[in-house]
Design a protein around this ligand. Sequence first.
Ligand code: SF4
Length: 296
Amino acid sequence: MNICLIDADSKIPNLALMKISAWHKAQGDQVSWYNAMFHVKENKPDKIYASKVFTFTEDYHYFPHDVEVVKGGTGYDIKKTLPDEIETICPDYSLYDMDHSLGFLTRGCPNKCSWCFVPKKEGNIRPAQDIEEFLRHDKAILADNNVLAHDWGIKQIEKIIKLKVKVDFNQGLDARLINDSTAKLLSKVRWLNPIRLACDTEGQMKHVQKAVELLRWYNATPARYSCYVLLKPGKIDDCLKRVKFLKGICIDPFVQPFQPPKGRIIPQDEKDLARYCDMKATFKSVWWEDYKKTGA
Ligand code: SF4
């Protein structure tokens, strides 16, 4: 079969498409990116898979009318998942010429934070894959939403330490679950990027403070961690409070203005604060009050 793929809006390599590609190649099928100009007549694909990650981005405009198109991803259908036989395969890393592996050790989250779509999309936390099922490089990006919340995740981190692979949990670690024993464990990991935490509410500040103390006590390096900071609509001051706190304990804040599933236009002051915190040299040398006056 001639299989074509469409990546409608991914900002990073699309894991689902990589798995679909790997599965079809294992069946002896040909897999390529869809090109509306090229894939006509005798080059017409037998089937197209299209993935769209975001609900608020534009859709692909050039779907053919005479080919079966299978659409998936949160942008099309928040509940749609891959069949198990595809979900558990090692991704086709050649699709994006990747120099690192990518995957999930766990899926879901036991929490139900009101602003987050993970519980609705993925449900409660459960094991997903063993890292060795998809590890093909000496470094890996792991997209788990709350890896520390499941014993399987902890066991996988122990395995990661033994394998000496460099990793990044790019969705952040839950500071509430960093205790003496997890901090000790995390200090043995070889980190691809600074450890990422999350501080989405004022109530989480005390947990972040404790987690940072423990991680630094056990010499988890690099010692300058980063932290996602949710900016709720119109709540600049509330967000600034957490940003100031993080700066005070030498953590790099990464401000994320809230984006609902259907999208929203981010107001300029929210964009300014996110940009200010993101520009590390400016963040460390210019006061927010002065930055605002310059009109960013
Ligand atoms: S802990 Fe994180 S992943 Fe879990 S529901 Fe809250 S924001 Fe979402």
